[in-house]
Design a protein around this ligand. Structure first.
Ligand SMILES: Nc1ncnc2c1ncn2[C@@H]1O[C@H](COP(=O)(O)OP(=O)(O)O)[C@@H](O)[C@H]1O
Ligand SMILES: [Mg+2]
Length: 258
């Protein structure tokens, strides 16, 4: 297996006026090509910090990040990012939003159009190509954001709780669609969530982080075969894995309660 993302000994300390925050402590992780990795941990454990560093929106205090063996420097179109809030351009149509990154790459018009249609089709939104974001539901907006991230064919997709603001039913639906797209299109995915159910459903490996300072506590392989379907969540295997990860994530919290 080829290592796509190499994270080695990453530390992040936010310097504050009254005190410093040690957000990440010696985080090392290799993510393989086309792997789907979920990172889980309670609020404030450094998940977004890790993603922002991978995206190049922030820099580590020390440590190294490489993609395909190259050090990253700043943001780049080799990394597609999807955030919880719908970062669509409200003045552009759905199609124009998906085309945006492709136009930046100065691809021929024909090619852009073909790609936009392909990825809108993949997220079942081709009929909404000429609609504006304000005409879409939250779930549809996130589907556009995912299509837009895929369209530029990044090496890695970075997603920070992309379904966090959606209702449970829409969320479950988008999880299925994301897995479906990932199986068809292939992509190295780094997906952050604080929802254990979501992590187990999506990931091949779940990385569990512990808070203050943010460390990798353990890594759990999820041996459930794909395609994973809504009924997968009803199986004993799924629930056994989910329960054991839940306990691991909230171990400190559960101990305090005793
Ligand atoms: N820009 C910042 N300046 C100072 N502290 C920050 C900043 N961003 C995050 N932190 C702190 O770093 C820790 C980790 O935050 P974050 O990565 O957002 O956690 P998570 O995404 O897991 O909830 C928290 O204690 C948070 O308050
Ligand atoms: Mg966060």
């Amino acid at each position: 297996m080829k290592v796509k993302v190499h994270i080695s000994n990453v530390d992040k300390i936010y310097k504050g006026t009254s005190r410093d925050v040690h957000a990440l402590d010696n985080v090392s992780l290799d993510i393989y090509e086309n792997e789907f990795v979920c990172v889980i941990g309670s609020s404030g454990c450094g998940k977004s910090t890790m993603l922002n560093i991978l995206a190049g929106l922030d820099t580590p205090t020390s440590g190294k990040i490489q993609i395909d063996g190259q050090d990253i420097s700043g943001t780049g179109i080799d990394r597609g990012v999807v955030f919880q809030q719908y970062a669509l351009f409200p003045w552009l149509t759905v199609g124009q939003n998906v085309a945006f990154g492709l136009e930046m790459q100065k691809l021929p018009k024909e090619e852009i159009n073909t790609k936009v249609d392909h990825y809108l089709e993949a997220v079942s939104l081709l009929d909404f190509k000429n609609s504006y974001p304000k005409e879409l539901s939250g779930g549809m907006k996130q589907r556009v954001a995912i299509a837009r991230a895929y369209a530029v064919n990044p090496k890695v997709l970075l997603m920070d709780e992309p379904f966090g603001a959606l209702d449970a039913q829409t969320r479950a639906q988008l999880q299925c669609e994301l897995i479906d797209t990932w199986q068809k299109e292939k992509k190295t995915c780094f997906f952050i969530t604080h929802d254990v159910d979501e992590a187990v459903f999506l990931a091949q490996r779940v990385v569990i982080m512990s808070p203050r300072p943010g460390r990798i506590k353990s890594i759990v392989e999820i041996p459930i075969p794909y395609p994973r379907l809504p009924e997968t969540k009803l199986t004993k295997e799924f629930n056994d894995i989910k329960n054991s990860i839940w306990k691991e994530v909230y171990k400190e919290y559960l101990a305090e309660k005793k």
